[in-house]
Design a protein around this ligand. Sequence first.
Ligand SMILES: C[S@@+](CC[C@H](N)C(=O)[O-])C[C@H]1O[C@@H](n2cnc3c(N)ncnc32)[C@H](O)[C@@H]1O
Length: 343
Amino acid sequence: MKLAINKIHLGDARDLLAKVELNSIACSVWSPPYFVGKQYEKYLSYEEWISLLRAVIRHHQFLLKPGGFLVINIADILCFADESMPRIQAQNIRRQRCTVTREDVLQAKAHHPDYNRYDLAKLLGCSEQTIDRRLNGNNIRGGKYNTQTRVHLVGSIIESAATEAGLYLYDRRVWVKDAAWENSKWHTLSYRSVDEFEYLYFFWKPGETVVDRHRLTPDEWVEWGSRGVWNIPSVRANNDHEAKFPIELPRRIIKLLTDPGDIVLDCFMGSGSSAVAAIREKRNYIGIELEPKYVEIATRSCVQESEKMALFAQSNINKGSQPNEHTAIQLNGHKQLSLLNEV
Ligand SMILES: C[S@@+](CC[C@H](N)C(=O)[O-])C[C@H]1O[C@@H](n2cnc3c(N)ncnc32)[C@H](O)[C@@H]1O
């Protein structure tokens, strides 16, 4: 049986994507696990995470409409644990409480070549850890035993999987979000920048693509439609899901790349942001999510959004405007969602 539209389906994307109608999806927009240690991705090793991304992307060669798009929102891994990295901890010169310098220790060592670090510490009036840090640049109390982390770029993983699936990198944009100072433990201890942007990779399935600038207003074209950098504030309250993207993000993608009535897919649905955006833009949607609690949250959000849209459409009708094709789609979607809610 094929997956019903306007519904969030519980299950693993790798299994359920095989049940999406062939060539039916105008735009698939999703944000997968980022492999950064979130609760919902703990079941994946690094190799399994890569194979999940590849398997999911592979399905898109069949389920996208010819000329349709897959848009992936993802970020590089900023703290990728790498066993092969030398374990040398950074020194923060401004934070050093002891004034003994590396040169002092080297000089003392030159005068007393037979001294060990305890003797040198006594001579210079400091701790033996200070001697060790000045000489080796690491922290004898544990830092040097921790696995060091580096930045790991994920774009090439995504691009090669898409290329193998017959999809072409059509565009890439950058989402500038709020700077996550509180998550950047390293920012006082290194020269690394704070985490404040993510990527949007647009892949195209060969086929005729409708380019219709009237999907956006002239102002929207100038402000974001034609721009490579999107400034959209992060979600303030991640209370019901650890990693929601703002509804404005999928809303722009959906509005730019699809028409009312088209089907939008999100196979890592989370709290339901892209389904809500699809409803708001009068598109149909299919959602897939592994965790039952998120299926429930996303379904509830969709029901609320559909009810809001139906009320709005009804009040317009009461005010005298004629229901149009899109009002009808929305009312129909709302009815389906209400039924779903009653089951
Ligand atoms: C980055 S979050 C998506 C957040 C979503 N965009 C939102 O705004 O709420 C990734 C989601 O993928 C789900 N997930 C993880 N593995 C999955 C799988 N194999 N199949 C389907 N969903 C999965 C997680 O439970 C999580 O909700």
